[in-house]
Ligand binder design. Structure first.
Ligand code: UN1
Length: 487
């Protein structure tokens, strides 16, 4: 759908300075439906291509990403405002998932199961599922799509991608690299990868179209609360990757040097705009003063500014609305008795159309309503506790369940944290922060985070349908459960 790249009604700005960097024509609902139609046809051809051959396409795509890593990483940084190293890291994450998916293309295993009937065999077969719709957020404009895309392609599916309207250029860049890989591959069916540009109404087309077998959506819990039931109403599958409210517990035995580094990266890095960002610090009273003093010092010295400049560690917020949301959360936290350090706007004179902030640390008297909400900005709420049990109860007492971690050198605490009665999150780490997961593990979380799992481990199963096969190689027809039906 190249028409999207020409001048049009969607203005794209860089959060670095608020300057316009592109203008695209958005697609109509009819365009989106047509894209789904092409993807559906593409799927029917692609599903019969042997999986290892499908892996070859993902291998070629990975090669294009390697060659284009620097340029695409720069585009990610310009469109999202994340620092260059994180922009490159995002492309590396795409390369990693391509490698993973390539290996997987020879490992889409089903089980062989013992049959209770003589002369029978049971097994399961994994088949391609259909069109996968991907709705992605601005903060990881390429990697999260790639997690879905690389797996979907080796699983024999086609993909229709609706990127965030804030980051469509990165999406078009990814699609251009994929098209290069597709040309080298040779006989890729048309419609295997479609990008549709637009706002909410385009996403709704993906949500409601019965030809979209799986809808994978990343965004707020509010969005997921609408999307999940709508997809379920047509018996479609959804994979939801929603809000997080990730906590780090720091125990009295913790290595504070490690904790400070881990927390500053996870809480202030990416300007607090990862779904895995550390939003709550639950610290034991015996180390609270020492740790918070060190964090405040680190925060005061954080280089905030143009994310393309070397040495800068924190870029801007995505836009003015995000800045307002941050300020409003800080006001509410203050009303609830919080003591705020930082959080003010920076560089306003030089860059009036960009929203740079000093990441904030807010010492709270309790886990209030504001603390329980996800605000997509660099605010670290600090809560104090006197025991591991108290810390764990606070950590779990929020609606979201994405990521969590504990800094502790007490093996009983660290094991309890990752045991059945411990953290209720999809990610539970020890002596590292909450963000920056590798692709090899399944990524996602529980409760209002939506329950979906993307990326590594056996997440591929979400992108395929399972058939159970019972095969009779005898001359009799015994029935299961000993049922008699003699005719
Ligand atoms: C997201 O913020 O939506 O674990 C994804 C991380 C990254 C992915 C974040 N690998 O922080």
């Amino acid at each position: 759908m190249q028409a999207a790249a020409s001048g049009g009604d969607l203005t794209v700005v860089s959060p670095i300075d608020g300057a316009r960097i592109g203008s695209l024509r958005t697609h109509s609902a009819q365009d989106a439906a047509a894209a789904i139609g092409r993807a559906h046809d593409g799927f029917k051809a692609w599903r019969t291509v042997p999986a290892p051959r499908r892996g070859e396409l993902v291998r070629l795509f990975g090669d294009e990403l390697r060659a284009g890593k620097e340029t695409l990483g720069q585009l990610v940084a310009i469109e999202t405002g994340k620092i260059l190293s994180e922009g490159q890291g995002e492309v590396q994450e795409m390369i990693d998932i391509c490698d993973f998916a390539l290996g997987l293309s020879r490992q889409l295993y089903g089980l062989t199961i013992a049959s209770e009937r003589p002369g029978h065999r049971m097994m399961e077969t994994w088949h391609p599922l259909g069109v996968v719709g991907v709705i992605s957020a601005f903060n990881f404009p390429a990697a999260v799509w790639a997690w879905n895309f690389a797996l979907a392609i080796v699983c024999g599916d086609s993909v229709v991608w609706k990127p965030s309207e804030k980051t469509p250029l990165t999406a078009l860049g990814c699609q251009a690299l994929f098209e290069r890989a597709a040309r080298k591959f040779g006989d890729v069916p048309a419609g295997l990868s479609e990008v549709v540009i637009g706002e909410r109404h385009i996403g709704e087309v993906l949500v409601d179209d019965h030809r979209v077998a799986l809808l994978s959506a990343t965004g707020s819990s509010r969005m997921g609360r609408e999307v999940g039931p709508r997809v379920a109403a047509r018996f479609g599958r959804s994979l939801l990757e929603l809000g997080g409210n990730n906590a780090v517990i720091v125990a009295s035995s913790a290595d504070l040097d490690l904790a400070v580094r881990g927390i500053v990266f996870a809480a202030a890095g990416t300007c607090g705009q990862r779904c895995t960002t550390t939003r709550r610090l639950i610290v034991h009273s015996s180390v609270k003063d020492a740790l918070v003093a060190r964090l405040k010092k680190a925060y005061a010295g954080l280089p905030v500014g143009n994310p393309l400049a070397s040495g800068v560690l924190v870029g801007p917020l995505i836009d003015g609305r995000s800045f307002e949301a941050m300020q409003s959360a800080l006001r509410s936290a203050k009303e609830e008795g919080g003591a705020v350090t930082g959080g003010e706007r920076l560089l306003q004179e030089e860059l009036p159309d960009a929203y740079y902030v000093r990441p904030a640390i807010v010492e709270m008297p309790a886990q209030t309503e504001t603390v329980k909400r996800e605000t997509f900005a660099p605010i670290l709420y600090v809560l104090t506790c006197d025991s591991f049990e108290e810390a764990l109860a606070l950590q779990n007492d929020v609606p979201q369940g994405l990521s969590s971690s504990i800094f502790s050198n007490d093996v009983r605490e660290t094991e309890a944290f990752i045991a059945a009665g411990g953290s209720d999150c999809g990610i539970a780490n020890v002596n590292i922060g909450t963000s920056g997961a590798e692709i090899g593990g399944a990524f996602g979380g529980e409760k209002e985070t939506g329950g979906g799992r993307e990326s590594g481990s056996d997440s591929w199963k979400s992108y395929m349908r399972r058939a159970t096969n019972t095969i009779n190689h005898s001359r009799d027809l015994p029935l299961a459960q000993g049922v008699r039906f003699d005719v």
